[in-house]
Ligand binder design. Sequence first.
Ligand code: PBG
Length: 324
Amino acid sequence: MSFPTHRPRRLRQSPAVRRLVAQTRLHPAQLILPVFVREGATEPRPIGSMPGVVQHSLDSLEQAAREAARAGVGGIMVFGVPTSKDAVGSGATDPDGILNVALRRLADTVGDDLVVMADLCLDEFTDHGHCGVLDDRGRVDNDATLERYAAMGIAQAEAGAIVVGLSGMMDGQVGHVRQALDDAGRTDTILLAYAAKYASGYYGPFREAVASSLQGDRATYQQDPANFTESLRETRLDIEEGADMVMVKPALPYLDVLAAVAAESTVPVSAYQVSGEYAQIEAAAAQGWIDRERVALESLTSIHRAGAAQILTYYATEAAGWIS
Ligand code: PBG
């Protein structure tokens, strides 16, 4: 009888050995918690398609941020849910708009412990639900939108955002917002560019979370799931324009893209485990079909293994507890 010479199983024999040789380790500091804050809310409101996630009041938002900071989470990404919307998304640039008010509150209370980040996009604030302003034929007007993004970036920086997350997928948005921030003396504001953002069905539950008014889709500005190389192109352009960090989104269905972007990026690469990814895990776990914690952690580990240095995840606070 001949025995195998190579025995990879030797390194799997016990938890202690497996721990020693693990190549990927999640750390709470690399997790970023996305949160929703609703104008006028006096208490948190559940989001049906995202069990465990809520639209916060300003008070419950502060509590959630403190809890995240205590758990060692690295950052918090804030989305606003305004009570009124209009064609140009005025609420986004109003210093008294819900997102800017929330940023100010977080900067004042947890700003030293948690990196405060703002979603820089108009879709939560426009009555048509698109990420930009529309031209007279109803199409998203790229260059007119850049002006709105510039004003929004300045409002967010003034409110206390350390990072602005450019999620609108307009051409030239990174360079334009960088220039506007620099001109306003905000040279320290960090730009996180959603460099490779796909037009994805996985954003479904998010639409409920922000009470989106979108009819139709975002296929003229977000990327086609069938494509790969344009993600590399988008990433290169964003880095050239001054992105300090880049992101791939969604995460798990796009690990090939994430790995390729991570291999060539000269700035930190993040990934966003989006609402639909969260909802899938929650729905199957609620049926007893999968082990919730195990699958959530396996998913986050895979996203990290594929190359994400930071991960936006609705599990951030809870996952920080699981891994520390
Ligand atoms: C745009 C934005 C979206 C998400 C984050 N930023 C929605 C979209 O592009 O349609 C989705 C996040 C998620 O699904 O968790 N402001």
